[in-house]
Design a protein around this ligand. Structure first.
Ligand code: GLV
Length: 311
């Protein structure tokens, strides 16, 4: 018997879909909503943004699995049982999807999609001269499972890419910059900035107004990391004053983005409702069931996160 307590605060996926997928790997698997009393007996939890304090009540719990690639939603619960292994999803399909999203918004910006769409209403058939993208410098902040794929794909398309991480990742072949000095250098010298970092105490509000103003004039900012990494008012100012050409955002400090948020009024900021890479039960269930099997047979599962590092 495998009992999994389930919670998806976004209602992106249904407990029935997850159960049907899991049955292919374990005929005796059951899912129960985390908020249900019966979840008290669960040994496994599959959750996105669980109600605070609830996981600590599950005394038989042996594994917590994040319903996404990020785990920052778990640290919001100060009573999170940190002695239990916590794993995150690492899915090549999600990395590919995210990489496609980055390419879509980057190429749309470079080929002046926003400008041409704005001409549609008045039926103006007018041209801008083509942007010179030869050797366009692109910085990718965060080169883990997702960022490494994004950087590699951009390099294949002949962009001049530098990946940024706190420390060098020798297994990755593209150019890298590290630490605070490397970060400041990339900010000052790159034209496109792509944030794919995990949210931790170190990356919270990393992109301040001052940082945006240090980017070269006309730079473009893309964020599929977390909204809390950005000073949103500072970004808006940098776009409004014309220092930045614009931004494409898939993540926000508050989601859903409130109707009164000033980003909605700024045409140069493209708004995406956290869809760059969505969790698909069909493609991730195998790794979840393998992790459950690992725990049952006394092994350490894959993709365990470090609560101290916060990712
Ligand atoms: C999405 O934001 C995820 O963490 O998978």
């Amino acid at each position: 018997m495998t009992l999994i307590a389930f919670h998806d605060s976004n209602d992106n996926s249904s407990i029935i879909d997850w159960h049907n997928c899991a049955l292919k790997f374990d005929k005796k698997v059951s899912f129960v909503p985390l908020t249900n009393k019966n979840a008290d007996q669960a040994e496994f939890a599959l959750v996105w943004n669980p109600p605070k304090g609830r996981l600590a009540e599950l005394k038989r719990l042996k594994l917590i699995c994040s319903l996404g690639q990020g785990v920052d939603h778990l640290w919001k619960d100060l009573s999170m049982p940190l002695s239990i292994p916590i794993i995150r999803l690492v899915d090549p399909n999600m990395s590919r999807a995210l990489s496609q999203w980055v390419l879509a918004v980057l190429l749309d910006f470079l080929r002046d999609g926003p400008f041409y769409r704005s001409k549609r209403e008045k039926r103006e058939f007018c041209k801008l001269s083509e942007r010179n993208t030869f050797d366009l410098k692109v910085a990718v902040y965060g080169i883990g499972a997702i960022g490494a794929v994004v950087a590699k794909n951009l390099e294949t398309l002949e962009f001049s890419v530098t990946g940024w991480a706190q420390t060098k990742k020798p297994q990755l072949l593209f150019r890298q910059a590290t630490g605070t000095v490397g970060f400041q250098r990339l900010i000052a010298t790159n034209f496109v900035h792509i944030c794919l970092l995990p949210l931790t105490t170190h990356t919270k509000k990393l992109f301040t107004k001052e940082i945006f103003m240090k980017m070269p004039k006309g730079a473009y900012f893309i964020n599929a990391g977390r909204g809390e990494q950005v000073d949103e008012a500072g970004l808006l100012d940098a776009v409004k004053t014309g220092h930045l050409s614009g931004a494409a955002l898939d993540v926000f400090c508050e989601e859903p983005l409130p109707k009164a948020h000033p980003f909605w009024n700024e045409q140069k900021i493209s708004i995406w409702p956290h869809v760059a890479a969505q969790t698909n039960p069909e493609t991730v269930i195998e790794q979840i069931m393998e992790s459950i099997y690992a725990i049952k047979s006394g092994r350490i599962p894959k993709n365990v996160v470090d609560p101290v590092r916060q990712y």
